[in-house]
Design a protein around this ligand. Structure first.
Ligand code: GTP
Ligand code: MG
Length: 320
C-alpha cells in the first residue's frame, strides 16, 4: 500500500453507514468504479431492478392520486390494477406496457404536481417517468446511469475491497433499515474510518412540508454513533449527498420558514452541515456535499478525499 518505501499496514477498515436510502450503495458503486472503471460487472443483471423502480413509481402514483383526491377514470383505474397485480418478470407483457402508457399519457402526474410541486413518490421518479418507454423495450440494457438512479434496498452486509490512489480500503456497508441499525454495532470490528452518508434532501423534507423544524432522524442516528466508544478514535468522512435533489426541492423555497437566520439554500446547507461536524473532534472529520449519481463530481471528490485519508493512514497507522 502507499508509495514506495511505505510499510504495508493492510487495508483501511471502513464502515459505510447512514439511514435507509441515503446513498451508501451509491457511494460503494462510485468507489468500485474508481477501482475497476465500471460500477458493476454485469449491467444486464440490473434490468429487473430498473424496471421494478418504474413499476413502483406507478404503484405509488395511485396512492398519491387517492390522497390528493384526484379523480381517476375507469381506464386509468384498470391500468393501476394491472400494474398492482403484475408479478414482475423481466419481460413486461403487453398489458403491463399498455397500462403504463395509459398512465404516462394521462394528466394524473400533472394534476398531482399542480397541487404539490414535490410529490411523495419513490426517489428519482421524474427520471423513471421520462425514460419509461426505453425501460419497457424488449432489448433494453441498463446504462451505468440507470443503475445509479435505481434503488434496491441492501440486505445483509455488503463488502468491497478497493484501491483508490494507491491505498487499499476495505469497505463494509450495512443496511440503513431500522432493524439493521440495531445490529450495526455487532459488526464494528476495529474500524479506522466511518463514511456517514446523509441524504440532504431528506433533511429538508420535514422542514419543508411537515413539522417545520430541523430535528431529524439522521441526526439522532449520527449522535448515537458518535457516542459509541468503539468509534471513539475513528476518522469520519461525512458525505452530504443528493445536492441535485436538494437544489430541485428547494428552488423558490423561502428558507426563513426553517429558521429566521436562514435566508438562502446555502445558509440552510451550512446549518445542516454544522449539526454534524460540530459533534466531531477537529482534525478527525472530512465533510463534502456531493451528488453521488453524478460520476464526474463524485470521482473528483472521492479521489481527492481518499488520497488525503490514505496518506494520513500511511503516516499514522489506523488513523489514530
Ligand atoms: N437524485 C439523486 N439520487 C440519488 C443520489 N444518491 C443516491 N440516489 C438515489 O437514492 C436511492 C437510494 O440510494 P442507495 O445508495 O441505494 O441508498 P442506501 O443508503 O444504500 O440504502 P439502503 O441500502 O436501503 O440502506 C437510489 O434510488 C439512488 O439512485 C443523488 O446524489 N441524487
Ligand atoms: Mg444500500
Amino acid at each position: 500500500m502507499g508509495s514506495a518505501g511505505s510499510v504495508d499496514r493492510g487495508p483501511i477498515r471502513t464502515l459505510v453507514l447512514g439511514c435507509m436510502g441515503a446513498g451508501k450503495t451509491s457511494f460503494m458503486r462510485q468507489m468500485v468504479k474508481n477501482h475497476t472503471k465500471q460500477v458493476c460487472l454485469r449491467r444486464e443483471y440490473y434490468v429487473y431492478c430498473v424496471q421494478l423502480n418504474l413499476l413502483n413509481v406507478y404503484r405509488e402514483l395511485k396512492n398519491v392520486c387517492t390522497s390528493m383526491e384526484i379523480a381517476i377514470n375507469e381506464e386509468q383505474s384498470k391500468a393501476f390494477d394491472t400494474i398492482d397485480e403484475y408479478r414482475h418478470k423481466e419481460k413486461f407483457p403487453q398489458k403491463v406496457i399498455d397500462s403504463i402508457v395509459v398512465l404516462r399519457n394521462s394528466q394524473l402526474f400533472d394534476l398531482c404536481r399542480m397541487r404539490q410541486r414535490i410529490l411523495p413518490l419513490p426517489q428519482n421518479y421524474n427520471f423513471f417517468i421520462q425514460r419509461a418507454d426505453e425501460f419497457m423495450q424488449q432489448d433494453y440494457s441498463p446504462s451505468e446511469n440507470d443503475i445509479m438512479m435505481s434503488y434496491s434496498q441492501t440486505c445483509g452486509l455488503y463488502m468491497e475491497e478497493v484501491t483508490c490512489q494507491g491505498y487499499k480500503f476495505e469497505l463494509l456497508e450495512m443496511p440503513g433499515h431500522h432493524l439493521w441499525r440495531a445490529k450495526w454495532a455487532q459488526h464494528f470490528d476495529d474500524p479506522a474510518l466511518v463514511v456517514f452518508v446523509i441524504d440532504l434532501s431528506e433533511l429538508c423534507d420535514p422542514a419543508f412540508y411537515n413539522q417545520g423544524h430541523l430535528e431529524n432522524k439522521t441526526v439522532s442516528v449520527f449522535n448515537s454513533l458518535v457516542n459509541n466508544p468503539v468509534l471513539a478514535n475513528v476518522h469520519w468522512l461525512l458525505i452530504f449527498n443528493k445536492t441535485d435533489t436538494f437544489n430541485d426541492h428547494s428552488a423558490g423555497f423561502d428558507f426563513k420558514r426553517l429558521a429566521n437566520h436562514l435566508d438562502t439554500g446555502d445558509s440552510a446547507r451550512s446549518f445542516y452541515r454544522s449539526q454534524f461536524t460540530t459533534k466531531l473532534p477537529r482534525g478527525k472529520c472530512f465533510a463534502h456535499m456531493v451528488s453521488l449519481v453524478n460520476f464526474k463530481d463524485s470521482q473528483t471528490i472521492l479521489t481527492d478525499m481518499f488520497k488525503r485519508i490514505g496518506k494520513m493512514h500511511r503516516e499514522r497507522p489506523n488513523l489514530t
